[in-house]
Design a protein around this ligand. Structure first.
Ligand code: GAL
Length: 670
């Protein structure tokens, strides 16, 4: 395999989306001065500029982009040049109204916003590749251009379209998947149920609105198709850009953050030269710093190393119910936490806060108030911080714990007509991640079929669907001496969403040494006591030991005395089952017990509320210490340590101010 082209911006790149077309050109000169003041090194340009770049079909106006790229270059700022294909111009839709997407209910949407196009539209694909080709041809050699920003957040607003062109494309995808064998599809989808048997490929539809619930396998294949369909658009644009400029890396920005479940990024990540993410804090998350960490670890795992934070916010957003500003020091803690979890570039949406348009109330690096503002002072400070961290670039995390994360399992679990609609994938993963984060234990995320050598502990908080290979991989890990912990309702169905018969949790029954014959989900707010203390919620099941031992049982209810947590010595290792959702303190002590038994230690002892993350290079460990407690702390480090943000030696210990951050370099020995 030829190595992927890398980003040539030195150190930790710093910048944001730059949309100067919203401003008169006099403002551009001030932008350059301020970017230099803040230490900005790269900006993403042209993301939503299609209507200006191609005012009529095949007619280009590159004058403004020429001036902009030249200006950036003169000021030593690199450009991540976007293909503007997330926002087709009005003229395009007037000529191709069939490219407007259709929703589940058969309603065709209108132009007048962004990303309102059908991913399967041939006219859209043609127009997108044409503008991408024109940009590539014109700017492949421009010295400012260091990366291609393909499209923007694929599938953010249009993850699925239910029109006839989409139906045709879905059928093509299905024919390829099932080897043109309709009987195989009927079998996989279980179409004998509710008289859904298909006699002709032409009969198959996207899961459009129906009076009763959808077929779960059709729905799952549909979600797989929708992710692949947008991925094929990405690849088509990337290939056009690559043909013109093979040395310039291509990226697109993922949405790996709370609530986003649209694409299967395990399939996307290998197609990107630079794996990038957009991350926003949710206003109703009491500890959003845990979401930052979790998603950073997931990104590092998707990228297989450092990644790029393409967007986050300096302050309030404009698309939540209440758009919260950031508290003192939070901008800095957020950005440096992304770096701690592997980001080699930090960027914002957007450079200058808009005065008009749909996002006029979204924060930016240069706020409405101008430079006499807290946000601007923080932005300048962050530029200096990132400069001081230049040597961290390229280093990455190491972990002995892997958490299984799988989009297909999530989609299948969250489809309608499950035992409980209260069971949500992301919440379960977060439940298990939190105590590890609090303890300063490093984790990677993996797919069920990933290589697991090198891990001591593999956690499976929720894996409703798993294929046979994935299941064998996970149980084999325990058999060969690893410690495996599995959450309830995992292993229940195979890759076609068919229930694994003979008792739950299907694929993991034997390795876990248990068997359940019936699920007893618990309504929201209902809890059951656990022997040994603590409570259980969300789920319970009538479980029988078949070789495992009970670690905790229910003390009440219809399942009194039935095991709720079990441990099975399996092969050379151990396999734990959590048949319920223990309260946070009980889960934390269980996971501490499990990881201690597996020999997993925190990165470094630190007081509660101090996040500790390590990046490692061949020569040094970089210890990121972030105080979220507001109390400050003193932490032991090596005698020859240096604190990079201040540049001062930190012989033996480092002191964190309340809400403060330190990044400590410790030379590696031996
Ligand atoms: C992202 C998008 C940006 C901007 C931002 C606001 O989803 O890529 O263009 O809209 O959200 O938070």
């Amino acid at each position: 395999m030829t190595p992927k082209p890398a980003l040539s911006v030195p150190g930790i790149a710093y910048g944001g989306d730059y949309n100067p077309e919203q401003w008169p050109e006099e403002v551009w000169a001030e932008d350059m001065r301020l970017m230099r003041e803040a230490g900005v090194t790269m900006v993403s340009v042209g993301i939503f500029a299609w209507a200006l770049l191609e005012p009529a079909e095949g007619v280009y106006d590159f004058a403004r982009m020429d001036r902009l790229l030249d200006l950036l270059h003169e000021n030593g700022i690199a450009a991540d040049l976007a293909t503007p294909t997330a926002a087709p111009p009005t003229w395009f839709f007037r000529a191709h109204s069939e490219s407007l997407p259709v929703d589940r209910d058969g309603r065709r949407l209108s132009y007048g916003s962004r990303q309102t196009f059908c991913p399967s539209s041939p006219a859209y694909r043609e127009a997108a590749l044409r503008i991408a080709g024109a940009l590539a041809e014109r700017y492949a050699e421009h010295p400012a251009v260091v990366m291609w920003h393909v499209h923007n957040e694929y599938g953010c607003h249009n993850p699925a379209c239910y029109c006839e062109a989409s139906a045709e494309s879905f059928r093509r995808w299905l024919r390829a998947k099932y080897g043109d064998d309709l009987a195989a599809l009927n079998d996989a989808w279980g179409t004998t149920f509710w008289s859904q048997w298909y006699y002709d490929w032409a009969e198959i539809l996207p899961p459009r609105a129906t009076a009763a619930g959808p077929n779960p396998t059709q729905l799952l294949d549909w979600r797989r198709f929708c992710s692949d369909e947008l991925l094929s658009l990405y690849k088509a644009e990337r290939d056009v850009l690559r043909a013109a400029a093979p040395a310039i890396p291509a990226t697109t920005n993922f949405m790996v953050m709370r609530g986003a479940d649209k694409m299967d990024y395990w399939r996307w990540a290998p197609e990107l030269d630079v794996v990038a993410n957009d991350h926003y804090l949710m206003y109703d998350d009491p500890e959003p710093e845990i979401d930052v960490a979790l998603n950073g670890d997931l990104m590092r795992s998707l990228a297989g190393g450092p990644w790029f934070l393409m967007e986050h916010s300096t302050g309030a957003l404009n698309w939540q119910h209440v758009n919260r500003a950031k508290g003192p020091g939070e901008l800095r803690r957020n950005a440096l936490a992304h770096v701690a979890h592997g980001a080699d570039g930090i960027a914002y949406f957007q450079w200058r806060q808009s005065k008009a348009g749909a996002e006029q109330w979204h924060s930016a690096m240069v706020p409405h108030a101008g430079t006499d503002s807290q946000i601007w002072r923080d932005v300048v400070q962050l530029g200096a911080d990132l400069k001081a961290l230049a040597e961290v670039r390229g280093s990455t995390g190491t972990a002995s714990v892997a958490i299984v994360w799988d989009w297909e399992a999530r989609w299948a679990l969250e489809a309608p007509a499950q035992p409980s609609a209260e069971v949500r994938f992301e919440g379960l993963v977060r439940d298990w991640y939190e105590p590890l984060w609090r303890a300063g234990v490093a984790v990677d995320f993996v797919r069920p079929g990933a290589r697991l050598e090198g891990y001591r502990l593999v956690l499976v908080p929720s894996l409703y669907l798993v294929d046979d290979e994935g299941a064998a991989n996970l149980t084999g890990f325990a058999q060969r001496g690893g410690t495996l912990a599995v959450g309830f309702h995992s292993g229940a169905v195979d890759a076609n969403c068919h229930v694994r018969l003979g008792g739950y949790p299907g694929a993991f029954r034997e390795a876990l040494g248990i068997r359940s014959d019936e699920y007893f989900p618990l309504p929201a707010g209902e809890t059951l006591g656990l022997s040994g203390g603590g409570t259980a919620s969300l789920w319970s099941e009538r479980l029988r030991l078949e070789g495992a031992e009970a670690v905790a049982s229910y003390t009440e209810g219809p399942l009194a005395d039935v095991p709720a947590v079990t441990r099975h010595s399996y092969g050379e290792g151990a396999a734990w089952y959590l048949a319920t959702r223990p309260d946070p303190a009980t889960l934390a002590s269980l996971l501490t017990r499990i990881r201690t038994e597996a020999g997993v230690e925190p990165v470094r002892a630190a007081p509660e509320g101090v996040e500790v993350v390590r990046r490692r290079s061949p020569a040094a460990d970089y210890l990121f210490l972030i105080d979220h407690s507001g109390d400050g702390a003193r932490i032991a480090v090596a005698e020859d340590a240096v604190e990079l943000l201040t540049g001062r030696p930190a012989p033996g210990s480092v002191t964190l101010a309340p809400g403060g951050i330190a990044v400590v370099r410790e030379p590696r020995r031996g």
